[in-house]
Ligand binder design. Structure first.
Ligand SMILES: *Cc1c(COP(=O)(O)O)cnc(C)c1O
Length: 365
């Protein structure tokens, strides 16, 4: 059986280090915003290549508070438009509407499955204030062109880096390419905690200060509240675990790349299309496209290979976004019908990779 994501196995490799980290917190007697959180924020900022990192409760809050902080600073205001890929995980859209901003759902490229920068200009109106790019599947969704477009139109460039920890562009890491970036440490991500966790990275000192207050009730000094904040602190134990796992991120990503290279070399079934190959990728997921996706999934399941769909219903077709239900986004809709994620992770064995390739290649209609 090829498991899609053997989380227990992944974390067991660091068992004694993780136990040591948890014991450090236990023995410290300090359980909220302590040494481990500070150390993680500093190491992660250093890893990403930004001046600041502010930990928070999860990836959703990282995205949401990033937008909220810009509202507190008067850079964004209610009714402003934010361009976002239509084929993202719904969190990226939810945080925009939660902040009373308008999501402009942009079609991705069918080759890269990411924001199509060639057509982006048509979504820009006088109310557009930001582009929220998503490094979906671990693939780099950034280019010089995107940056120039933002500068030319005076737009914030924000990154959803939940799926791309460690991904680089010209030696710089995603999470440092725009004005600010949100990260999730949900257990299944490339850098995953043993529970929820998130962070925002930025070079903007003012933004970082507002964020630091927002995650802690809006308080920058005990019992004084400058903003109507919330409680979204990065947990001390999760930070201690992340301090362990950050050291292994690059080697884990390297292993994912080896598996992906093997897939790109060996997958030859004419019924299956692969997204454009690029080195700027940390392979959080390995998506393939197949017009008979559900049959392919059933075939692999019948051969003991687990797969998942990212994502079966696009945000604009969800009940919670009834107002968008009538939108026509053919590329986004095609991806939701044809995408299938093959198993890829840092503990996959050679036999498992070989098995996946053989079974995908022997799929027939
Ligand atoms: C996981 C994920 C999030 C949300 O992160 P949580 O920590 O689960 O709240 C946001 N955006 C994308 C693209 C994600 O994959």
């Amino acid at each position: 059986m090829v498991e899609f994501l053997p989380l227990k196995l992944i974390n067991k490799r660091y068992e004694s280090e993780i136990q040591g980290a948890i014991k450090r917190v236990l023995d410290s007697g300090w359980y909220i915003l302590g040494k481990e959180v500070r150390e993680f924020e500093s190491s992660y900022a250093n890893y990403i290549g930004t001046k600041y990192c502010v930990g928070c409760g999860n990836g959703y809050d990282a995205l949401s508070l990033m937008l909220r902080a810009y509202k507190e600073l008067g850079v964004l205001k209610e009714g402003d438009e934010v361009i976002v890929p239509a084929n993202t995980y719904i969190a990226t859209i939810l945080v925009i509407t939660e902040n009373d901003l308008i999501p402009m759902l942009a079609e991705p490229s069918s080759d890269t499955l990411l924001l199509d920068t060639e057509i982006l200009e048509k979504y820009i109106t006088p109310k557009t204030k930001a582009i929220l790019t998503v490094h979906l599947y671990g693939r780099l969704a950034f280019s010089e062109h995107l940056k120039e477009l933002c500068i030319k139109n005076n737009l914030l460039l924000l990154e959803d880096n939940a799926q791309a920890h460690g991904c680089t562009w010209n030696g710089k890491r995603t999470g440092s390419l725009g004005n600010a970036a949100a990260h999730s440490f949900y257990p299944g991500k490339n850098l995953g905690a043993l529970g929820d966790g998130g962070a925002i990275t930025t070079d903007d000192e003012q933004l970082a200060m507002v964020l630091r207050a927002l995650v802690n009730y809006g308080s920058s000094k005990k019992y004084t509240f400058d903003y109507q904040g919330r409680n979204s602190r990065l947990d001390e134990i999760q930070a201690a675990i992340l301090n362990v796992k950050l050291h292994h991120l690059d080697e884990d990503n390297k292993r994912r790349k080896e598996i992906a290279d093997y897939y790109y070399n060996k997958l030859v079934n004419p019924l299956i299309r692969l997204p454009q190959h690029t080195n700027d990728n940390v392979y959080h997921l390995f998506p393939v496209l197949c017009s008979e996706r559900d049959k392919l999934k059933a075939w692999l399941e019948g051969n003991d290979i687990q797969t998942l769909i990212h994502y079966p219903i696009p945000p604009h077709h969800q009940k919670c976004y009834e107002a968008f239900n009538h939108f026509s986004l053919p590329v986004t809709e095609m991806i939701s019908k044809e995408e299938l994620s093959l198993p890829i992770n840092q503990v996959m064995t050679y036999d498992e990779m070989k098995n996946v390739v053989e079974m995908v290649n022997s799929f027939r209609l």
